[in-house]
Design a protein around this ligand. Structure first.
Ligand SMILES: Cc1cc2nc3c(=O)[nH]c(=O)nc-3n(C[C@H](O)[C@H](O)[C@H](O)COP(=O)(O)OP(=O)(O)OC[C@H]3O[C@@H](n4cnc5c(N)ncnc54)[C@H](O)[C@@H]3O)c2cc1C
Length: 279
């Protein structure tokens, strides 16, 4: 049997490669980016995801590189407690929830894949997928083709594998924009004293979530989820570069509806380069 082709070396592709390795099923990963690529953004990994990472031998490496937490507190902008939700915890789930930079997880998976001897081919942009009698054939931009009985498409939101199976399918904007940033806890002074972390604030025109990104809780991340009309890919790309415009979106949301001062302090102490958007 030829090695299974895994298209995409992101979180999904590398994780499934490690799973297959555990079952002694040969596979090879083909990833568009090169070794200098760093994937941005922070994610919350719930116990189900952490159990998977543990199974493939990566959890121990990432656990102390992010914020471990159990309960998320929900309040409205006037500070009224709406409820608490348990996302993780040693006793109930065997894992705390982990807020961590996505790239730390990706690199830990990549390192483990290399330790396990899984071939990971970087700088390999797939440009076409086709089928022969008993095989799937993948062609890369550099002219190389590979074939196997199986292809696993783990090539992300604009997946070519999905397009091959479902021609014409394209990712569509859902109407929600996430605007996010992070600042140092030391910069906001006493503003966060007494604020449970993580907290989600529910406002009329957006949900504001606050949670640390690192193990010690020194870096405070936040993101707001809000309805914004579609601007089209080009304009979204421009917005991502225009940090002043992102700051303005955040300011407008939190100014308008009487949000608490600590939310404004978080935004005010954020450096422009630490602001991002995800339509
Ligand atoms: C704002 C935001 C917040 C999120 N928060 C969370 C969270 O808190 N918790 C959570 O669990 N999830 C969260 N997610 C979702 C999570 O990030 C994704 O589910 C996850 O990253 C998907 O992993 P993936 O490996 O499927 O795709 P990706 O990480 O996109 O990986 C796909 C890989 O395929 C490669 N590739 C693409 N095209 C080709 C090609 N033609 N040839 C070769 N390689 C190719 C890419 O370079 C990439 O490395 C969030 C997502 C967003 C946008």
């Amino acid at each position: 049997m030829k090695p299974i082709i895994i298209l995409g070396g992101g979180l999904a592709g590398l994780t499934i490669a490690l799973f297959l390795r555990k079952q002694m099923v040969p596979c090879e990963v083909y990833e568009l980016r090169d070794e200098n690529f760093r994937k941005g953004g922070d994610i919350a990994l719930t116990p189900n995801a952490l159990r998977v990472l543990d199974h493939v031998g990566v959890y121990g490496r990432v656990r102390t590189q992010g914020w471990n937490y159990d309960t998320v507190r929900m309040i409205n902008v006037a500070g009224k407690h709406l409820g608490s939700h348990t996302w993780g915890g040693q006793r109930r789930f065997h894992y705390y929830c982990l807020r961590i930079n996505r790239d730390i997880v990706r690199r830990a998976l990549l390192e483990e894949a290399l330790v396990q001897g899984i071939p990971v081919h970087l700088n390999k942009k797939c440009v076409s997928i086709s089928e022969g009698e008993d095989e799937v054939i993948v062609a890369f931009e550099d002219g190389e083709t590979v074939s196997s009985e199986f292809l696993i498409g783990a090539d992300g939101i604009h997946s070519l594998a999905r397009q091959y199976l479902y021609p014409g399918s394209v990712a569509q904007y859902s109407g929600l924009l996430v605007a996010l940033g992070h600042t140092q806890r030391a910069r906001v002074g006493t503003a966060l004293d007494g604020v449970h972390l993580p907290t989600m604030l529910f406002g009329q025109n957006g949900i504001f979530s606050i949670l640390p990104n690192d193990y010690a809780g020194t870096e405070i991340g936040y993101f707001i989820t809000t309805d914004v009309p579609d601007r089209g890919q080009e304009k979204w790309a421009l917005l991502e570069k225009d940090k002043a415009a992102i700051a303005q979106i955040l300011d407008e949301i939190v100014e308008e509806k009487g949000w608490p001062q600590f939310v404004r302090d978080l935004i005010r102490t954020t450096r422009f380069e630490d602001l991002r958007t995800w339509p």
